[in-house]
Design a protein around this ligand. Structure first.
Ligand code: SF4
Length: 454
């Protein structure tokens, strides 16, 4: 273990200057030069919203990814900077009044906590249903929702290089300790994997695991090269660092070690999949972003791209088509287009399922077969990942055609089912079964699982 191998000479050496990582949170909003140019009213709104929802942005995103001439409509600006509409009117007014009155920090924090609790901080039963046990003990930082996939949330990776305003894991970032799910315990994670030989895929996720030092990642991943982990064939790493901080893979102090780790895992026979979170082609508009992609791919690791469809950022078929084309050109595999989850600032970002499907279809029509690997729009709901496959008419009834791409019961997968068409529904629980049925086929079994009998 931990043996040093020579740095594989297939990896390109990229000529880039090291960049200092400089980050701004709600306390430093006013220090951001570009923000100082915005009207005072806009800055006040940002301060109000940032006292409820997490805010963090780094200098690279501000200076390289946002087109300030397009603000407030620039997609990356919407992706990272708080906007008034992200809070419901009553929540906004309550918080704005506290700011206007110059309320004590403690009062602002207490009000923020109450508002957050109303925003469904843990969607899809994450806290109740997905916590596995080892030797009778609940394992923090691990989720085992689908038979073959285990999620691991390393404690050192529970933040991100910047925060997305629409993040479904936002609750983790606002200091509410009972909502955090993370672990530093490599031994327990390995213990669980050893016992569960049905797990073929490990997904290391966060926050963003790429904020971790490489040496921490090594401690979690390198032991998986031992023969007792042969069943773990794929190591997926969910990250938005390719957008928010591509220097992580190119010039950061331990970037070479990271690239070497990927190469070592690949050479030992693991499939390493970087699950890159992209929302817009503008995220891949810099030389450093392309260099990071080249370096990762040269190790033999694959990059798969996924991200939600969100109003104000990418509710636009042409933008998706351009993103997918760009991804394929750079050797990235388009993987998923998600429906924005039922949490946080959902009201601001949500796109009705019917519209989301139409955007997806209009986008996919524009690209070649290689980019048509993007599945969706898909809802990561309690029972599983449900895809809107189409809108059609059967026996005079207009319906959504749906299928599970992943299910809590693997037998649900790929079984088509139908919901009444709706112009406004934005999530699975707002859909009704078609053809006069009372329930969807999985509902009774899912309810049993929720009661703990499944
Ligand atoms: S990078 Fe991912 S986890 Fe981090 S804020 Fe964005 S969506 Fe959330």
């Amino acid at each position: 273990m931990n043996s040093i191998v020579t740095f594989p000479n297939r990896i390109p050496v990229e000529e880039f200057e090291e960049r200092r990582f400089q980050v701004y949170t709600d306390r430093q909003l006013d220090k951001i030069e570009a923000i100082q140019q915005l009207p005072e009213e806009t800055r006040f709104e940002m301060r109000v919203v940032a006292s409820v929802l997490p805010f963090r942005v780094n200098e690279y995103v501000i200076n390289e990814l946002i087109n300030w001439d397009q603000v407030p409509n620039d997609p990356i600006y919407q992706l990272v900077f708080p906007q008034k509409g992200m809070l419901k009117d009553e929540h906004y007014e309550r918080m704005a009044n506290l700011h206007r009155e110059g309320a004590e920090k403690a009062d602002i924090q207490a009000a923020a906590k109450e508002i957050r609790d109303e925003l469904n901080p843990h969607p899809a039963g994450q806290m109740e249903m997905n916590m596995p046990t080892l030797n009778g003990e609940v394992l923090d930082g691990i989720q085992h929702k689908y038979r073959e996939t285990m999620l691991f949330f390393p404690a050192q990776g529970q933040t991100c290089h910047s925060y997305c305003t629409f993040c479904f894991r936002w609750a983790q970032f606002v200091g509410d300790k009972d909502l955090k799910m993370s672990s530093t315990d490599a031994a327990r994670m390995h213990g669980y994997l050893k016992e569960h030989t049905e797990i073929t895929d490990l997904l290391v996720t966060g926050g963003d695991p790429m904020v971790m030092k490489t040496k921490n990642l090594v401690q979690y991943l390198e032991p998986l090269l031992e023969p007792e982990f042969d069943h773990v064939q794929t190591i997926r790493i969910g990250t938005k660092a390719l957008t928010f901080w591509p220097y992580r893979f190119v010039t950061d102090k331990d970037a070479d070690d990271l690239i070497e780790l990927f190469a070592r895992l690949v050479d030992a026979g693991k499939h390493v999949a970087i699950m890159a979170h992209y929302n817009h082609w503008q995220e891949i508009s810099t030389d450093i972003a392309e260099a990071a992609i080249r370096r990762i791919r040269s190790t033999g690791a694959e990059i798969r791209a996924q991200g939600p469809l969100i109003k104000h950022v990418n509710d636009d078929a042409d933008a998706w088509a351009k993103l997918w084309k760009k991804e394929v050109k750079l050797g990235i595999i388009p993987y998923y287009i998600f429906v924005e989850r039922d949490t946080g600032a959902k009201n601001y970002f949500e796109v009705p399922l019917a519209e989301a499907y139409n955007i997806y279809r209009e986008a996919i029509k524009q690209v070649s077969g290689l980019a048509r690997t993007a599945r969706g729009p898909s809802m990561s709901a309690g029972p599983g990942k449900v895809e809107v496959q189409g809108i059609t008419e059967i026996s005079g009834e207009k319906v959504f055609v749906l299928r599970f791409l992943q299910g809590r019961n693997p037998d649900w997968v790929q079984r088509p089912f139908f919901a009444k068409y709706s112009e406004t529904a934005t999530w699975l629980h707002e859909l009704e079964p078609a053809f006069g049925e009372e329930k969807f086929f999985f509902e009774d079994e899912y309810e049993q699982m929720r009661q703990g009998n499944g």
